[in-house]
Write a protein that binds this ligand. Structure first.
Ligand code: KG4
Ligand code: ZN
Length: 334
């Protein structure tokens, strides 16, 4: 048929992913190979291991994505690849691979910003359109963005220290829960009392819509140390729930304020932490009427190549493309 086929490739962190997406939004396949088992014993992602595992798997992951979609390299119209931000060695594997494919099949190549990819997860299998305010919360990023149109972003706020997901991962580690911590805290918090401990919620001065999670992280770690020293048994579920409440409160307050300031009636969530059930629930509770909240399905919130294909497709349709000098940037800005 006449559909436009984008092959998406994502290797910015610890997931090797390839996807086939038609006309920017319809997912034919989205293969995600997680490296978690290789990193969990270290309590976080080890960059060197990530690069090596991407290199081992990238060819098979792409072949599986094509096979599942029922297409071949010859059918691909565009190759979209994450070229930052992320782990530089990990990014380079995807970028080099994508360049080789684009060159071999003589089709255009487009570099995609990973954060933009997360935002575009909202468009997959959906006829959603900008403008809206988007809270992008992942292991590496915490951004409040006003997306006015495709490719048109205004950053309204960002974290001044840790990313929200990073805070989840560090606290999970301190609680002995394992890695990645977000989903584990989300799960056990359900059986805890979130009002058990009043952890601090950082308010940034001067009305900025920025975030700070390092104070909260220290408060939780101090609480755990003090309890241990005094021989007091802590209820892990209560600590997890109280910590999660503090994070969610900070995220939701700023997001609602951002929507008010730019007079946006639509709020979207993106990134791994957008999978958090407490965050989704709180935003749903605090919106309604003429203020709407949207989020991608859980599976598309965390790193995947379908979102990269989607973002790449729209960039390409706007007239952008990359050449074979495309490079990877650990700190690429939106
Ligand atoms: O977007 P993502 O897959 O990777 C980055 O670009 O960083 O996000 C991963 C992050 C991890 O920190 C993980 O703990 C967090 O998202 N996460 C969650 C949940 N699921 C994943 N955090 C809170 N609640 C969840 N349900
Ligand atoms: Zn991500």
């Amino acid at each position: 048929d006449g559909s436009f086929i984008t092959l998406g490739i994502e290797t910015s962190c610890d997931e090797t992913s390839a996807a086939v997406v038609t006309d920017g939004r319809n997912i034919l396949s989205n293969i995600i190979l997680s490296q978690t088992e290789w990193h969990e014993r270290f309590g976080g992602v080890v960059p060197e291991i990530a690069s090596r595992k991407h290199l081992e798997s990238i060819c098979a992951v792409v072949e599986k994505a094509l096979l599942e979609a029922g297409v071949g390299f010859k059918d691909v119209d565009l190759v979209a690849v994450t070229n930052g931000p992320g782990l530089i060695g990990a990014l380079l594997v995807g970028v080099s691979y994508a360049k080789a494919v684009a060159y071999a099949i003589k089709k255009p190549l487009i570099g995609v910003n990973h954060i933009e990819g997360h935002i575009y997860a909202n468009f997959l299998e959906n006829d959603f359109e900008p403008p809206f305010v988007c809270l992008v919360v992942s292991g590496g990023h915490t951004h409040l963005i006003h997306m006015r149109d495709h490719g048109l972003y205004e950053v309204l706020g960002r974290t001044l220290d840790d990313a929200a997901g990073e805070a989840f991962d560090k606290i999970a580690r301190a609680l002995g829960l394992g890695y990645p911590g977000g989903p584990l805290i989300d799960k056990i918090a359900k059986s805890g009392d979130e009002n058990a401990i009043a952890f601090p919620v950082a308010h940034i001065k001067d009305g900025a819509l920025d975030f700070s999670f390092s104070g909260l992280k220290s408060a939780v770690l101090n609480f755990l140390n003090n309890s241990r020293q005094r021989g007091v048994q802590v209820k892990v579920e209560d600590v997890a729930a109280s910590f999660q409440k503090a994070v969610v409160t900070a995220l939701v307050e700023n997001t609602l304020e951002a929507a008010k300031r730019v007079n946006s009636k639509v709020i979207a969530l993106a990134g791994g932490v957008a999978a958090n059930s407490r965050l989704r629930g709180e935003l749903l509770n605090r919106t309604g009427g003429d203020l709407e909240v949207r989020f991608p399905p859980v599976k598309l919130c965390t790193d995947n190549a379908a979102m990269i294909a989607c973002a790449g497709y729209y960039r390409y349709k706007q007239g952008f493309s990359s050449d074979l000098f495309l490079d990877a940037y650990a700190n690429l800005r939106l």
